[in-house]
Design a protein around this ligand. Structure first.
Ligand code: MV4
Length: 507
């Protein structure tokens, strides 16, 4: 493969929020100018203020702004941007967008449209993986054509089985079938769901792995055929396919397994002529067999944990690869240093079925100190818009081992003050302290299995109740004296956080 280098001078970031800022920071360090796009709901957003230039691309709904390929290309033309970084979500895995960017003579900072297309089809991805000796979950590598054929295959692999949509991914369009009597009905539903959701009714079957771990491998490839893996991320703590905690390395992966998974991931990526940053997803069963699931052709939300343990700036590498440079390191030069954990802080109320809890951030103070990184895009006083993902921030810590990383994360969470809206911070603290998380034995059922809202409000002992009551009386007297209630104290979340601290101090 031969490509000529083309220096990027100005990047348009086709995204918003923390990831837009994250990308612009690396661009700035490389001496590259930045262009933000924004919707009418994001006029005051930090990514808009941070960029050298900003262009409004439409009204608040994504479909009228961040997803408008025509307006984004027009913004490139207006500002003279010569490259586009799509971030994650929005248009990041849209092959048409990548193609349109290239057809406009611009550099798409990501893989080729062909790679995006191929990996967008789970069946095509599995076929490519299988051809290169990468283990798959027992099942079909072809689309099912009729119910009788499906039943035959399901009987062979044994129930329970999982029916998945080829155009799905990330858990969309999956159906578990426990027994043959249910097969026909579930398959018909799966097909009609796939048709209405993706416009493609192709489905396939896999053996259902009931208690898997989700472990993914970060890869980087250049446009000269070099490909490396940057080890694994363990992402099993998730709620309804939304990841909650990610860490690197995984507590259950040893050197031999790491190398086997890394080499398998490189084979999958090479199979589709991949370049730029990508993630190869595996599930791991209780016997530690790993199976390829799918490949994500974007920079992932959880990429910081890999950055912390490898020292590699993945966004800078993406930009250099897009410019045509070869990778600046080899596999042998990569090593794992310490342990990193990320928690995603959502504006959701864990006490109320994780209902999105958007509103105004009355107070917002980030944790600081050794080994703490916060990737966010908010400040106190800002309104969290209702139109987009409710993730407020990613809190990342790095320490010399897993035990210290957990302690550091709990310390950072205790320093993080967010009032005005409910957040998932104390839910994350609950998970980090859980014996199953601490010993590494958790799987993707962790939240379902162990979380109820009650675990966030532990029963107080008699002594704790007395202290809490005394403290409440004291607060009340103080407030009456000031004859004005400080804003933070009337928020339900602020109140809860205070009683938590009392409970713990006396525990
Ligand atoms: C599976 C599985 C069990 N068995 N496949 C969910 C997201 C999509 N990438 C694939 N997923 C799964 N595929 C077989 N054959 C269980 C899941 C799964 C899961 C995977 C990763 C992370 C979280 C998950 C939560 C529920 C189910």
């Amino acid at each position: 493969m031969s490509v000529s280098n083309r220096k990027i001078r100005k990047i348009l970031v086709a995204n918003r929020g923390e990831i837009a800022l994250r990308i612009m920071r690396s661009a700035k360090e490389m001496g590259i100018r930045t262009v933000a796009i924004y919707s009418e709901a994001d006029r005051e957003a930090l990514h808009v203020r941070y960029a050298d230039e900003a262009v409004c691309v439409g009204p608040p709904p994504s479909s009228e702004s961040y997803l408008r390929i025509d307006r984004i290309l027009e913004a490139c033309r207006q500002t003279g941007a010569d490259a586009v970084h799509p971030g994650y979500g929005f248009l990041s895995e849209n092959a048409r967008f990548a193609r349109a960017v290239e057809e406009a003579g611009l550099i798409f900072i990501g893989p080729s449209p062909e790679s995006i297309e191929l990996m967008g089809s789970k069946l095509a991805a599995k076929e490519a993986a299988q051809k290169h000796g990468v283990p798959l979950v027992p099942g079909t590598a072809e689309a099912l054509t009729d119910v009788e054929q499906g039943k035959r295959i399901a009987r062979e692999i044994g129930y329970p089985v999982l029916i998945k949509a080829s155009a799905g991914g990330g858990g969309k369009g999956m159906r578990v079938v426990e027994k043959e009597e249910d097969f026909a009905e579930q398959m018909e539903r799966a097909v009609s769901e796939a048709v209405s959701a993706f416009g493609d009714g192709a489905v396939f079957i896999e053996k259902y792995i009931g208690s898997p771990k989700h472990i993914e491998i970060q890869v980087l490839g250049d446009r000269h055929g070099n490909m490396v893996y940057l080890f694994e991320r363990e992402c099993s703590v998730q709620r309804r396919h939304q990841k909650v905690i990610e860490e690197a390395p995984s507590a259950v992966v040893d050197e031999a397994m790491r190398r086997a998974m890394g080499e398998a991931a490189v084979r999958v990526a090479k199979a589709c002529g991949y370049y730029n940053a990508g993630t190869v997803e595996f599930i791991v069963d209780e016997q530690r067999n790993f199976y390829f699931l799918e490949m994500n052709t974007r920079l992932q939300v959880e990429h910081p944990v890999t950055e912390m343990i490898t020292g590699v700036d993945l966004v800078k590498e993406q930009i250099r690869i897009a410019e045509g440079y070869p990778l600046s390191f080899t596999q042998d030069e990569l090593a794992i240093n310490g342990h990193a954990i990320e928690v995603r802080v959502y504006a959701e109320d864990p006490r109320n079925n994780f209902l999105p809890n958007v509103g105004k951030l009355l107070s917002y103070e980030r944790p600081q100190g050794p080994g703490v990184r916060v990737d966010d895009a908010f400040e106190a006083g800002m309104q969290i818009p209702i139109y987009y993902d409710p993730m407020i921030a990613k809190l990342i810590v790095h320490a010399k081992n897993r035990e210290e990383a957990i302690a550091r994360m709990l310390r950072a969470i205790s320093e993080y003050t967010i009032t005005g809206i409910a957040t998932t911070l104390d839910f994350c603290a609950f998970a980090l302290r859980h014996p199953s998380f601490v010993d590494g034995s958790f799987d993707t059922n962790f939240v379902k299995k162990y979380f109820t809202p009650e675990v966030l409000n532990p029963a107080l002992s008699e002594e704790e109740l007395q202290t809490a009551a005394a403290f409440a009386t004291h607060l009340w007297a103080e407030q009456k004296q000031q004859s004005q209630v400080p804003a933070g104290n009337i928020s339900p979340n602020g109140g809860v956080k205070r009683s938590w601290k009392i409970a713990r101090r006396n525990a």
